[in-house]
Design a protein around this ligand. Sequence first.
Ligand code: SF4
Length: 251
Amino acid sequence: MLKVKEVKAKSILNKSKIFDYCLNPYTGCQINCTYCYARLFMRRYSGHSETWGEFVDVKVNAPEVLKKQLDKAKKGTVWISSVCDPYQPLEAKYALTRCCLKELAKRQFPVNIQTKSKLVLRDLDLFQEFETIEVGLTITTDDEQVAKLFEPRATSVEERFRVLEKIHSLGIKTFAFVGPLLPGNPERLIERLEEKADKIFIDRMNYLNSVRGFYHQLGLHKETSDRFFHEYKERLISELKKRKMKFEVLF
Ligand code: SF4
């Protein structure tokens, strides 16, 4: 059962190695992906004894704290979010991501958002207020059943394609994060992303040891091999080149 706690954060805009800043309105993530790298350290870091996916701390003062921090911060790109999904189901109630976006839009801080949730569509009005914004959907496979096993509480793959298409159709810059590469059909996946994502990022499963047992329970032995990731990557690249789509490989 999910344990939700309302907490007060001291800081919400934090330095990041990937972008200038990262912003996490929640500690914990209801989407509970089997492979989540945050599950490896966030439980200990946040002092929780519950399993990852079963606790969420809601930083109820996030917009106020952000407002104060933005008054002093040097302008830079804000990544939303690095260790939670900013549009996990609780966001429908708390709207912390939305309120933080309002503060960022007022000051025109560039934003990079990444999610697996259709709730992102709620904020289309705000995305249109930004001079610089990129909105991405993580889509790890075209296979609905595989996604259900690894990402049990994420929006369905079909819906994620539709969400991306909708955002893109409004002239907002979009990307698809294809990672970690899960079993599926790479050519079909790229075909479905065409004219929906301005850029595709590709990554392998990075913390394989923590999920190897899960793969094996599913009988997916060869899908954990280096050979699988490299062959899958080559098929994705070949399809991307054929369709003249922009991409970046991260491994
Ligand atoms: S959506 Fe992201 S942060 Fe949430 S459980 Fe999945 S991988 Fe982790």
